[in-house]
Ligand binder design. Structure first.
Ligand code: ADP
Length: 279
């Protein structure tokens, strides 16, 4: 049994505009505990819809989604699934519910009905995990975008989930905020073994994952390690998807006859690869 199993899921939104077109088309995907997956694909390919399947916000029309063997269609276990799988959305302003940082982070554990002493411990730990402990008494609205998003992530961590699904968490942030949030995500995955499912348009963020899953028109186009997937430059271009600049440069050099041993995914790896050629 995998941590999450998506088995032949079909889904359509029931409304006039969408004309009941299938948004997910017999999509299957298995995710192991502790994996860091980046979910990529152009707008409308079904990424956000799939994200909402992981904790039962949306349910498949046909097919099944199971988390630790619990089916999201089963009302009795949905609460357990929601404790295991937390969702972080794009806009941090829509996720902060209280005016003071620590009250915000306490909101989830309070809803779980935990003892105040346990809530205190969880809030402090969660704020430390996202490097926001020093701001616990601060007013949420005064924080930067990156700080707000880290508080939103702390609110999820305080529920002690096994998995966090993040739907374009850095889309509204400046470069510094993006970096802070990505550092936090990588740390949670590496140090706490939290499974990460990250939807992003930024290829440099995707390159940090263990596995890329590329959606196209409600199906998986391709998946694999970042260096495997990003080496399929022609396929990705055909589907109007980006490749990290470092990988693109290496690909062009390769087509001019350079020998590239390992596909570089960032500037440092690219420099190493080129320097090795020039020795
Ligand atoms: P992505 O996250 O890859 O951009 P989405 O899952 O948001 O893709 O959307 C997939 C398709 O479903 C798109 O065609 C979109 O217009 C449609 N869609 C998304 N949300 C809704 C909704 N609430 N009602 C109707 N159609 C929707």
């Amino acid at each position: 049994m995998h941590f999450i199993d998506v088995d032949r899921v079909v889904f359509s939104y029931e409304n006039e505009d969408n004309n009941n077109t299938k948004v997910l088309k017999e999509l299957s995907l298995s995710i192991g505990k502790g994996e860091f997956i980046a979910l990529l694909g152009h707008n409308g390919s079904g990424k956000s819809t799939l994200a909402k399947m992981f904790n039962g916000i949306l349910l498949p029309d046909t097919g099944d989604v199971t988390v630790c063997g619990m089916n999201t269609k089963n009302d009795d276990t949905l609460i357990n699934i929601r404790r295991k799988v937390g969702l972080v959305m794009q806009n941090p302003d829509n996720q902060l519910v209280a005016s003071i940082v620590e009250e915000d982070v306490a909101f989830g554990p309070e809803n779980l009905g935990l003892e105040p002493s346990e809530i205190r411990i969880r809030v402090d730990e969660a704020l430390k995990a996202v490097d926001m402990y020093a701001y616990k008494d601060h007013a949420s609205y005064k924080l930067s975008g990156g700080q707000k998003q880290r508080v939103a992530i702390a609110g999820i961590i305080a529920m002690q989930p096994d998995c966090i699904v993040l739907d374009e968490p850095t889309a509204m942030l400046d470069p510094q905020g993006r970096q802070e949030v990505m550092d936090t995500i990588v740390k949670l995955n590496k140090e706490k073994n939290i499974t990460i499912i990250l939807i992003t348009h930024y290829m440099d963020e995707a390159a940090l994952a263990n596995r890329l899953v590329i959606l196209d028109n409600g199906k998986i186009l391709t998946q694999g390690r970042p260096d495997e997937v990003f080496s399929k430059v022609e396929l990705l271009k055909r589907h109007k998807l980006d490749v990290p600049q470092a990988a693109q440069l290496a690909y062009r050099l390769k087509s001019c006859g350079f020998r590239i041993n390992k596909l570089p995914l960032n500037a440092e790896e690219c420099v190493e690869e080129i320097a090795a050629q020039l020795k």
